[in-house]
Write a protein that binds this ligand. Structure first.
Ligand SMILES: NC(=O)c1ccc[n+]([C@@H]2O[C@H](COP(=O)([O-])OP(=O)(O)OC[C@H]3O[C@@H](n4cnc5c(N)ncnc54)[C@H](OP(=O)(O)O)[C@@H]3O)[C@@H](O)[C@H]2O)c1
Length: 366
């Protein structure tokens, strides 16, 4: 990979807007990127709203925002039962009242089979919701972030895809995520981030890739790891830090935000095992099965030169991503056998609105 100093000269895409002057809604001293921000007259800044705050990324966003002194507000079906933002006719009655200074949409149906089984649910969450957010932001001028995917390409080799690379979404998840990107990008206040995330979700019965890999390593029984599925996975907190830095600069448009290196699943697990003190002798390095259902992307590498130029720093390589995973408080000891059906469900100690706080006739609550 070429050195970062060379890459910085490549940041010329029209798809990314780096504003030397911050976006209008972020010119206030209470802009969401500001540390411990207060409004001009001492009023508190509007909160950072994280839609999907109970997920792998959502939890990291809440934590990192808190570390940066930002007030947060998490929204998900589990914390506000019965609420489905994607089914509202208009988000204004809900969002105006909560007055966020930034909205981050990290909600998704990340299980590919579930998207195939219920395509209308995928369409609603991945397309209709960003459409509603774009419409609301158009009226209010509030910046927002649509978190998107890298699940767009099949190839026989490991390729890094730039933002303008043509996409070939292989399944309902990818098609609906891409349609959501397109709606979001019609709104000039939106930053659309393509990524691939690793870390801990802690939800029983729904392990992340890392949780599954650690459980497989700890079990001491043979398991398959694919040699021809490549991704530029970044640890969720690393992603969250970079996201807030980009928002603070007023970045909008489409941007890849991921590790600077794409590696195969097999290489990733082997390096994780090595760094965390697991024995990987039972891991079988195999190509992916020929006819997977649903069809899946395999060459998901993302070229991140543009994000690095904007941030003025290199994004983490695979070793730094693995280091962050191993350093996570959620990292189990190699001697612990992991039961994925038990999980440690998300501790909901976050600054989350209750149905009482947000209940309005036009917001459907159970
Ligand atoms: N994980 C990855 O490797 C990966 C790769 C590429 C892109 N991404 C993207 O990164 C973002 C975050 O992914 P993640 O891995 O953090 O996902 P995740 O762990 O599966 O979390 C998804 C979140 O969405 C919420 N959610 C699901 N259905 C919802 C609905 N109908 N209404 C409101 N909230 C709903 C879930 O909360 P409740 O279930 O509590 O409602 C949860 O908080 C997504 O945009 C995803 O497409 C992830």
């Amino acid at each position: 990979m070429s050195p970062i100093t060379e890459k910085t000269t490549e940041a010329t895409s029209e798809s990314v807007t780096e504003r030397t002057q911050p976006l209008a809604p972020m010119q206030r001293p209470d802009a969401p990127g500001a540390r411990g921000a207060k409004g001009a007259k001492g009023a508190k800044a509007g909160p950072v709203m994280v839609i999907g705050h109970t997920g792998l990324l959502g939890q990291a966003l809440m934590r990192v925002a808190g570390e940066r002194g930002l007030r947060t507000l998490g929204i998900s079906r589990r914390t506000v039962p019965g609420l489905n933002l994607a089914r509202q006719a208009d988000l204004a009655p809900f969002l105006d009242r909560l007055a966020p200074s930034l909205v981050i949409n990290a909600a998704a149906i990340t299980d590919l089979a579930s998207c195939e089984a219920d395509a209308s649910a995928a369409l609603e969450l991945h397309v209709r919701l960003p459409g509603l957010l774009a419409e609301w932001s158009r009226q209010r001028g509030t910046p927002w972030v649509q978190v998107s995917t890298d699940h767009y390409w099949n190839d026989i080799e490991n390729t890094l895809h730039a933002e303008e690379a043509p996409v070939s979404p292989p399944n309902t998840y990818a098609r609906t995520k891409h349609a959501g990107e397109e709606l979001a990008l019609r709104n000039p206040n939106c930053l659309v981030l393509r990524t691939n995330l690793v870390g801990f979700r802690g939800r029983s019965g729904a392990p992340t890739f890392v949780e599954w890999a650690l459980a497989a390593l700890a079990a001491g029984e043979p398991f398959d790891a694919y040699t021809d599925v490549w991704a530029s996975s970044i640890e969720a907190h690393q992603f969250a830090h970079a996201l807030f830095d980009l928002v603070k600069m007023g970045t909008t448009g489409l941007l890849n935000l991921a590790s600077r290196e794409a590696v195969s699943k097999a290489d990733f697990i082997a390096a994780l095992a090595e760094a965390a003190g697991y024995d990987a002798e039972h891991m079988r390095r195999v190509p992916r099965p020929p006819r997977q259902r649903p069809r899946r992307a395999n060459a998901m590498g993302l070229e991140v030169a543009r994000a690095e130029a904007l941030l003025g720093r290199a994004l983490p390589g695979a070793a730094a991503v693995i280091e962050a995973i191993v350093a996570s408080p959620a990292m189990p000891k190699p001697s612990v056998r992991i039961d994925l059906s038990r999980g440690t469900d998300v501790p909901l100690d976050l600054d989350t609105p209750t149905p009482m706080q947000i209940g309005r006739p036009d917001v459907q609550l159970a």
